[in-house]
Ligand binder design. Structure first.
Ligand code: GUN
Length: 302
């Protein structure tokens, strides 16, 4: 068997086109567009590059975008004041504070300071609680798990009654995606197992999975023989395993690998996400979707 590729780059374009059309329609009707602020503290190169992509994507959709960059010596109190200002600004529907923060700032305090109804990252404890409750309670699913669920749904893979195994129990991927897929309703209703570093026999659990979601951050952790023939494999790992010179730009770029041994896995899986080009390109798209959801909620529409 050769697995069908679930291409994040293609699904992203479909969703962005939907959001672009919706932005135009709502602008014509209400004279307003979704507003997103990105708060970046310091110049961590990875953070700068993520935030730049978020800003460019928001702009390409016609959103109002505020780029609020601050010096790394900003005090915690100043940052909390800044967040409070955006909490009260009606033109802003989404507040994103890029993580990690400098060591002198308490990350939990900052996340807690964001209005849960503008927390488009879905990191606030209120939104994590809403996610656990499921159904209409869910406001902002965190972006990576939302991307995974969207990719499964848009590929036509059946989740209802499926055995899902999630490898990894992080707060931003493993725990939320497990919760989302076990809820009642479309794109969920699965039987979910989370396996982790304390699990005795990873292979036997993985082999049961109709849908195998791997978010461990360990290159090549999942061996091809651990994949049930025909399974859907979602590889969330983005591991830098080297560098190469880009043939397009001539610049040195990272060589990325997932948590699954990709080539041989393609011979067993029914569907698989590549790395790069799989889950990665979808996460910012889901941030834009959450921002649209927040905007519509501020307009009192669904
Ligand atoms: N840093 C790395 N990923 C993320 C993300 O999804 N959101 C925020 N706020 N910071 C990050």
């Amino acid at each position: 068997m050769t697995a069908r590729l679930i291409k994040g780059t293609e699904i992203r374009e479909e969703i962005l086109a939907e959001l672009r059309a919706e932005t135009e329609e709502l602008k014509a009707k209400y004279g307003r567009v979704p507003g997103l602020v990105t708060i970046l503290i310091g110049e961590n190169p990875a953070s700068v590059s993520y935030v730049t992509l978020k800003i460019k994507t928001a702009q390409s959709l016609g959103y109002k975008e505020i780029q609020d960059n601050r010096d790394p010596d900003i005090s915690e109190a100043e940052l909390l004041d800044l967040i409070d200002r955006y909490n009260k600004d009606d033109s802003i529907n989404g507040i994103l504070v890029q993580l990690p923060l400098p060591k002198h700032i308490d990350e939990a305090k900052v996340i807690n300071a964001i209005d849960p109804d503008k927390d488009v990252d879905g990191f606030h404890p209120v939104n994590i609680g809403r996610l656990m409750l499921g159904g209409d309670e869910v406001k902002f699913p965190p972006c990576t798990p939302a991307a995974i669920q969207e990719m499964i749904i848009r590929s036509g893979v059946e989740t209802s009654g499926a055995e899902v195994v999630v490898v990894g129990r992080s707060n931003i991927v493993g725990k939320p995606i497990a919760n989302m897929l076990l809820q009642k309703g479309a794109g969920a209703n699965a039987t979910v197992t989370i396996v982790h570093t304390g699990t005795k026999d990873l292979a036997s659990h993985c082999l049961r999975a109709d849908i195998l979601i791997v978010a461990a951050g360990v290159p090549g952790l999942v061996k091809p023989e651990w994949i049930k023939p025909g399974a859907c494999v979602i590889d969330v790992g983005v591991n830098r395993i080297g560098e190469k010179v880009s043939s397009k730009t001539g610049k040195t770029i990272a060589v990325l690998s997932g948590d699954v041994d990709f080539e041989p896995a393609c011979e067993r899986a029914g569907w698989i996400t590549p790395v790069p080009g799989g889950v990665g390109p979808m996460t910012i798209t889901m941030l834009m979707k959450n921002t649209m959801k927040s905007f519509k909620s501020s307009l009192g529409i669904k």
